[in-house]
Ligand binder design. Structure first.
Ligand code: 13P
Length: 252
């Protein structure tokens, strides 16, 4: 049985004061029902604040990115062991903003996933197609290529078996457009089958596959009702505690 994970990617938003308010509200309004796992992803400068406010709560925290190297002369980067040092459970890897704005490659992303798992983190591996790829019906091929880079890495199968996958169609991120629940379910089941064929059925059956892209309380019920959607990776709405908690409450 896969537990639902509701994850909030705050991206480059927040301040100490705003995060203090947001986390205090989240802690105070978390539903008593424990059918959902919760996680937030603050910018790296605020991970220590999240740790001090969330330790002992039911909300986990993680990094939005990690360096593919363990340590050394990589100015501006944050290592997997540093995230672990600040209590991170998860790390988002391969978000479309990293792929498209910072030109991260599939191979670099595979290295990051492997190093994160070696450090004890659970990667949230983001995959998804652009609008142009969607329109030319390339979704399946794009996602396979993104997954193949991980699967074909010598340590990749082991690493993917310890990861969460997030399907985030690029055209749905921050646009207000959402994949229909049927379309998202179709992509999710294809991802699960691909993992089953190339990594193993047991891994595929237990893997949490999240949907991301303009998730809000008013569209989350139908998304979370799909059999292969095991949670959501939420951007904008995760900055509003009522909306973020509201999304989790949509899970029956
Ligand atoms: P929005 O929910 O703002 O569309 O962002 C989705 C996302 O990129 C989460 O990682």
């Amino acid at each position: 049985m896969r537990k639902t994970l509701i994850a909030g990617n705050w991206k480059m938003n927040g301040s100490q004061a705003a995060i203090d308010q947001l986390l205090s509200s989240l802690k105070a309004s978390l539903p008593e029902r424990d059918n959902v796992d919760w996680a937030v992803f603050p910018p790296s400068t605020y991970i220590a604040q999240a740790q001090s406010m969330l330790e002992g709560s039911r909300i986990a925290w993680g990094g939005q990115n990690v360096c593919e190297h363990p340590e050394g002369a990589y100015t501006g980067e944050v290592s997997a062991s540093m995230l672990v040092d600040f209590g991170c459970k998860y790390v988002i890897i391969g978000h479309s903003e990293r792929r498209h704005i910072y030109n991260e490659t599939n191979e670099q992303i595979a290295e990051k996933i492997v190093i994160a798992v070696e450090a004890g983190l659970t990667p949230v591996i983001c995959v998804g197609e652009t609008q142009a790829q969607f329109e030319s019906e390339m979704t399946r091929e794009v996602i396979r290529t993104q997954l193949d880079a991980v699967i074909n890495h010598p340590e990749g199968k082991e690493a993917i078996s310890r990861s969460v996958i997030a399907y985030e169609p690029v055209w749905a991120i921050g646009t207000g457009l959402t994949a229909t629940p049927e379309l998202a379910q179709d992509v999710h089941i294809r991802i699960r089958s691909y993992i089953s064929e190339n990594v193993g059925k047991k891994v595929a059956d237990s893997m949490q596959i999240l949907y991301g892209g303009s998730v809000k309380p008013d569209n989350a019920t139908n998304l979370l009702a799909q059999p292969d959607i095991d949670g959501c990776l939420v951007g904008g709405a995760s900055l509003d505690p009522t909306k973020f908690i509201g999304i989790g409450k949509c899970k029956n």
